[in-house]
Ligand binder design. Sequence first.
Ligand code: DX5
Ligand code: ZN
Length: 227
Amino acid sequence: MMAARKLFIAPSLLSADFSRVGEEIAAVEAAGADMLHVDVMDGRFVPNITIGPFVVEAIKKAASVPLDVHLMIADPDRFLEAFARAGADILTVHQEACPHLHRTVHAIRDLGMKAGVSLNPATPVATLEDVIADVDLVLVMSVNPGFAGQRFIERSYEKVRQVVSLRERAGRGDLLIEVDGGVSVENVGALHRAGMDMAVSGSAVFSSDDYAAYIASMRIRAAEHTG
Ligand code: DX5
Ligand code: ZN
């Protein structure tokens, strides 16, 4: 049996109550969040608009855990520096939004951040073959990006396994595999078993009455599925 890999849990602030986001951040951190997932949408790459660097900077001031910033924006190269200044620790771009992905991931690393690449549900894992050596994280979208609270796409398990195999072939054991969209206590165990290192969860965590109990139950499910 393979040694169990740690599971990181990153609640997505998209489902937090933004009128009191500071309190929400403190609450999920106290509840055991390892990172905060921040969804940036531009109304072009995805059919929704959320927040930009100005609000990310405010989130950074309120946060004590690292910020995992997910850019769902067209032509993200224009904004890498702004998100670095705003305090992103991991910056993830979409493969579909980056014609010069190799250059983009190096630009992210040169700005002192970890570089992530995300794949939409219809984008094959094989498109990362030639850049896997240069990225720190692969984010498998398990819904079509744009909105919280959508139904998990079952095919995502197979995509996670394909990223695991790509990671092995590339000798990149340190690379993190993140899954985003419809992740809950129901599927976190099977996803971790498939190879997910980092679970994003928005509506499931923030609609629970007890964030700490919910995150603890996610960790229990993940532990049941390994070892
Ligand atoms: C979707 C975003 C997700 C979203 C997840 O486009 O990238 O991070 O907030 O929300 P849930 O967990 O509710 O699917
Ligand atoms: Zn996201």
